[in-house]
Design a protein around this ligand. Structure first.
Ligand code: WT7
Length: 591
């Protein structure tokens, strides 16, 4: 692929943006909000928020594009007024309430870097990410603050904590700000200053196999891809009603739960409540949803709830539905067609890619079980790997592309698309390792059929995918190892019909400690407190020893294979008691 051609390709994607007035660059919040007001669509409904206790067909709290423009401007002023500067990071930790969305878009107006966190995280993952991301501001709620932040506040770099649901400063705990008075004092017009497309905009944490979570940094240019894919894949147009069920604490909930659909002028539905099959069907019907973006875990839960849950519900408004995050089985696609008359279309991407890369678009005839084809000018290839999942280079140092339909290779994307991550925070080396010979290496294995459709095979490493979330085993192990009775642990995923995978742990106890129920419960309680229910292991079993590599790294794949009764492979394992030293030495090489 020659580079001029590639540059032109992205030019046409970028040409869909209006840019800041006066040729002052590109700002996500302008493309998502202010441009619609400028174009005369200020009275279109941008977002409809359904509170936890509101009926699924309620009008909810409505935000027109005009209201969103005004409130995000005020929030941009709030941050400026607190002395927060462009480039500083604003962390968000809250459920799906309107002010969270206002804060995200307002912070983008001010060129702050937005980092959403999942509100179900416990204090430990929150602290780790806020320290790594050098958080200047935390936007959260009074109850989350009390439960998760107050106890670790001294260890966080934040200068300001803003409590979204507090309207009177007298009700705010010491060293926090009530949103209400700050917001009331701020004016509703904010002129976005010149924003280079390369200005950092979004920070998303994602877990690898080893080490602490990585912070993938995205820039304002990403919005070109958010918009182009929203149009091409979803076929979403101005005024369409759109529902993304992902939480904004994850990349899907930001790229497609906020930004992409707003850039085309759609009306977004946001439901504060947790999953409930009947409620979901009622929302699809009651809100007259045109386009629905969800995940295989949710689809499996709908399947478990049985088609009865949809009985008597009119789903005819739903023109298209899409899925992301894990393999969408052919069985799930068939179930949707048969029981809901909805064809779920699979899409594939990653935190690092910032936007959909491979998908079954609105126009495509769906091949059940396939992830679809590259979208919006993306060039995707399959590269030859060793059995251990490492990329193979030829004699002249180039990667080797596969075109044989029966061969499995690593998914790779020709580098340079607008929403490509620009770095891993403080981890230049890790970033460099994601690229070879002009390709971004996705770490997923796939096949490609003669029609050019990709079929997912698995991950080249062993991160755990539970309920749609990627979790690095190391993150969980390091918390387990903190327990006074634990000297070492190995954490891995076990297939689960609902969550995709669930987390199991094997631990080695300190000499002299008996593996009683009480001991195990105490470790379990510690894990839940530190990690939150979403990330804590479901099962913890004490063992005498763990399989380790020569360098002392726990071989999680072996633990997993043992539990599942699979062959352990030709991995040269050393069986040994994990000493305190070895147990904490997981950061070492992958040997
Ligand atoms: C990993 C990325 C991108 C939004 C959500 C997840 C897996 C993603 C699919 C799919 C099979 C999929 C991959 C990928 N994945 N989509 N359609 N079929 N697997 O972002 O947390 O960065 O996870 O999710 O393994 O590498 P993420």
């Amino acid at each position: 692929m020659n580079t001029t051609l590639a540059a032109d390709r992205w030019q046409s994607v970028r040409d869909q943006l209006v840019g800041l007035p006066g040729g002052d660059g590109v700002n996500i919040a302008h493309e998502a909000v202010d441009r619609h007001v400028a174009e005369g669509f200020g009275s279109t409904i941008a977002m409809r928020f359904l509170g936890k206790h509101e009926a699924p067909d309620d009008a909810g709290e409505q935000y027109t594009y005009q209201r969103l423009a005004t409130e995000t401007s005020r929030f941009a002023h709030v941050l400026r007024g607190l002395g927060v500067w462009p480039g500083e990071t604003v962390f968000l930790l809250a459920g799906r309430v309107p002010r969270l969305y206002v804060a995200a878009l307002g912070a983008l107006k001010g060129q702050h870097v937005v980092c959403p966190l999942f509100s179900a995280f416990g204090p430990e993952p929150i602290k780790q990410r806020m320290v790594l991301g050098n958080a200047a501001v935390l936007v959260t709620t009074a109850s989350l603050y009390r439960r998760k932040i107050a106890g670790i506040r001294d260890e966080l770099p934040v200068r300001h904590v803003i409590l979204l649901d507090v309207d009177d400063q007298a009700d705010a705990p010491p060293d926090t700000w009530a949103y209400g008075p700050l917001f009331d004092r701020a004016i509703g017009v904010f002129q976005i200053t010149a924003t280079s497309p390369e200005t950092p905009a979004l920070l998303h944490f994602t877990s690898g196999t080893t080490g602490t979570p990585k912070g993938a940094l995205h820039v304002h240019d990403a919005v070109a891809m958010h918009r182009a894919t929203t149009e091409q894949v979803f076929g979403l147009r101005r005024g369409d009603v759109y529902w993304c069920t992902a939480d904004p604490g994850w990349v899907t909930g930001t790229s497609y739960g906020i930004i992409g659909p707003l850039t085309v002028g759609a009306t977004l539905i946001v439901d504060e409540a947790e999953f409930d099959a009947q409620r979901w069907y009622q929302i699809l019907e009651g809100q007259r949803v045109d386009v629905w973006y969800t995940a295989p875990t949710a689809i499996r839960m709908l399947m478990y709830a049985g088609a009865e849950a949809a009985a008597g519900i009119d789903l005819s408004s739903v023109q298209r539905a899409f899925s992301v995050g894990e393999p969408l089985s052919a069985e799930a696609v068939k179930w949707g067609i048969e029981h809901l008359a909805i064809t779920f279309r699979d899409t594939w991407w990653q935190t690092e890619t910032g936007a959909m890369m491979i998908a079954n678009t609105a126009e495509d005839v769906v091949l059940a079980g396939s992830m679809g084809r590259p979208v919006c000018g993306i060039q995707a290839g399959l590269l030859t790997t060793t059995d251990a999942g490492e990329i193979v280079l030829d004699d002249s140092g180039h990667v080797i592309e596969l075109d044989d339909p029966d061969r499995i290779g690593m998914i790779a994307l020709r580098a340079g698309w607008p929403s490509m991550f620009r770095s891993y925070l403080d981890n230049e080396e890790r970033y460099r390792k994601c690229f070879a010979d002009g390709w971004y290496l996705a770490g997923d294995l796939a096949r490609r059929d003669p029609s050019g459709s990709f079929w997912f095979v698995g991950r080249a490493d062993d991160v755990i995918k539970t309920a749609g979330h990627l979790i690095g085993p190391f993150e969980v192990e390091s918390v387990l190892n903190e327990h006074p009775d634990v000297t070492g642990s190995g954490v891995y995923g076990i297939p689960d019909p609902v969550a995709g995978e669930i987390i199991h742990a094997r631990i080695v106890l300190r000499r002299g400690v008996e593996p009683t129920d009480q001991t195990i419960s105490s470790v379990m309680a510690h894990a839940r407190r530190r990690l939150g229910a979403a990330v804590a292991p479901r099962e913890i079993v004490a063992v005498d020893r763990l399989p380790i590599t020569r360098s002392g790294k726990v071989m999680r794949r072996v633990l997993r294979a043992r539990e599942l009764g699979l062959p352990e492979g030709d991995l040269s394992t050393l069986e040994g008691p994990v000493t305190d030293d070895q147990a904490t030495d997981h950061e070492g090489s992958d040997s």
